[in-house]
Design a protein around this ligand. Structure first.
Ligand code: 5RP
Length: 230
C-alpha cells in the first residue's frame, strides 16, 4: 500500500511533466500509479483546449485515457512519437532504469524507442546509486517457460514467475506472456553485462532494463516539489 507522502511525490512529478506537453504532440503514455496522475492532468489540459494524440503502453492505460477523453490513436498507424512519459521502478545516476513492475515493459520499451524524447516521472525513492534492489522483470513466452527459466538459473539468475492478483494463476501480460522477476543478491555494478548474458536465451521477449532512453527525469518529493534532471 502506497503512503500518502509517496503519492504526493508521484503526483507532483506527473503534473510537472504533463504541464510541459505541447499542442499537436503525439505522445506515448506509460503505465503505473505515477502515470495515473499524468493521465489525470493531461485529461484536464485536453479539456482546457490542448490538442494531442496519444498511444498507450497497456490496456489499463488505454482504458483510463479513453475514460478521461484523451484521444487514443492505433499504434499501428504511427511510426514515431514526439515524447513518451512513463514511470520507473529504479533509476541510477546514468539514467539506467529497471522497469516492468506493472508488467508493461515490452510495450513501454517499444514506445520509448519510437520517441524523440522520454520523460521519466518518479518519486524520489526510485533514485538509486546502483540498480538491482528491485527485482528485474523479464517477459518470457509461456511456451517452454520452464526451459527458459532453467537456462536463466543455469546462468545464476534466480527469481520467480510473477503471480496474478488472484494468487492462483500466473500473471499474463497484454502480449500473452509471463513475467519472471530476477532477484539479485548484490547491487549491479555492470547491468549491461547482465543484459548481454540474458538476451540470447530464446523465449525471452524483453528485459526490464531501459538504457539510453530517458531524456528528462522528473523527481517528485513529499513536500510537492519537483526536481528536473536533464
Ligand atoms: C510498469 C512500469 C512502471 O512505470 C513502474 O513499475 C513504476 O510504477 P509506479 O509509477 O506505479 O511506481 O514499468 O510496467
Amino acid at each position: 500500500m502506497m503512503n500518502l507522502e509517496t503519492n504526493i511525490a508521484k503526483k507532483a512529478a506527473a503534473y510537472a511533466a504533463a504541464d510541459l506537453i505541447q499542442d499537436h504532440m503525439l505522445i506515448g503514455i506509460g503505465t503505473g500509479t505515477t502515470v495515473y496522475h499524468f493521465i489525470n492532468r493531461l485529461a484536464e489540459r485536453c479539456h482546457e483546449g490542448l490538442h494531442i494524440k496519444a498511444v498507450a503502453s497497456s490496456r489499463k492505460t488505454e482504458l483510463l485515457a479513453l475514460e478521461r477523453n484523451i484521444p487514443i490513436t492505433d499504434i499501428n498507424r504511427v511510426v514515431a512519437l514526439d515524447l513518451t512519459v512513463d514511470g520507473a521502478d529504479e533509476i541510477d545516476p546514468q539514467k539506467r532504469m529497471i522497469k516492468g513492475g506493472g508488467g508493461a515493459l515490452l510495450r513501454e520499451k517499444i514506445l520509448a524507442s519510437m520517441s524523440r524524447e522520454m520523460f521519466v516521472i518518479i518519486d524520489n525513492h526510485k533514485q538509486v546509486e546502483h540498480l538491482g534492489a528491485f527485482p528485474l522483470p523479464i517477459e518470457i513466452t509461456p511456451f517452454a517457460s520452464s526451459a527458459t527459466i532453467y537456462k536463466l538459473t543455469q546462468l545464476g539468475f534466480d527469481g520467480k514467475l510473477r503471480v496474478a492478483a488472484d494468487e492462483e494463476h500466473f500473471f499474463v501480460t497484454d502480449n500473452g506472456n509471463y513475467i519472471y522477476d530476477i532477484t539479485f543478491t548484490k547491487p549491479l555494478l555492470h547491468p549491461e553485462a547482465v543484459f548481454d548474458a540474458i538476451l540470447p536465451i530464446p523465449g525471452i521477449v524483453e528485459i526490464g532494463f531501459f538504457f539510453n532512453l530517458a531524456s528528462q527525469v522528473f523527481v517528485g518529493y513529499e513536500d510537492g516539489s519537483v526536481q528536473i534532471l536533464s
